[in-house]
Ligand binder design. Structure first.
Ligand SMILES: [Zn+2]
Length: 187
């Protein structure tokens, strides 16, 4: 029995040592609406805790900590994924622009934020976001990430899941041929 406990503890410790992205890839964390797309090289999912529909995160499957560390194959797939995902996010109603950023202060696993800027954000933004009379995009994104921070249950909101499902269908059209013919049936 003691042995089992030890092995459980070791497992738990192993999981805690894993970064957020690796835990998600291992299936320990389920992003809102589920993983959107995963190949052997890249993965796309919705942001875990910010209630902004279409705020996506793209990462390599391999734990790499810098953009410079990406292999040629990973880079090529990432570039195509970013273009496709940003294009889809731009097409969401109300989205004016999509910011693409890799910062990595919270998670070492290199990842790209695809952050949709909606019209309502500019209206809601505090004055400091307009310091110098111009919209400061990084400040706007930082402000929204704080003010729209949400818990796991809130993140399963219909508006988030619908966008996730729609992007998944657009990125993998062949797999959803049946879903498309049956569109509306589940409603
Ligand atoms: Zn990782």
């Amino acid at each position: 029995m003691g042995g089992e406990l030890n092995s459980d503890n070791e497992k738990r410790k192993g999981a805690m040592d894993m970064c957020l992205t690796c835990r998600l890839l291992a299936g320990e964390l389920v992003p809102p609406g589920g993983v959107i797309i995963r190949t052997d090289k890249v993965v796309l999912h919705h942001c875990l805790d910010v209630l902004v529909p279409g705020y996506l995160v793209a990462s390599p499957v391999r734990h790499v900590s810098t953009v410079a560390g990406l292999s040629d194959g990973e880079l090529a797939e990432m570039a195509h994924l970013l273009r496709a995902a940003a294009g889809l996010a731009e097409a969401i109603a109300g989205v004016e622009k999509v910011y693409v950023a890799s910062i990595g202060e919270e998670t070492a696993h290199v990842h790209f934020h695809l952050f949709p800027r909606y019209g309502w954000m500019r209206e809601k933004a505090p004055p400091e976001v307009y310091a110098g009379g111009r919209l400061d995009g990084l400040r706007l994104m930082a402000h929204m990430r704080e003010s729209c921070r949400a818990g796991k249950t809130e993140m399963t909101a219909r508006e988030i899941v619908e966008v996730v499902d729609w992007i998944r269908m657009k990125l993998t059209p062949g797999k959803h041929a049946k879903d498309q013919t049956g569109a509306g049936v589940e409603d």
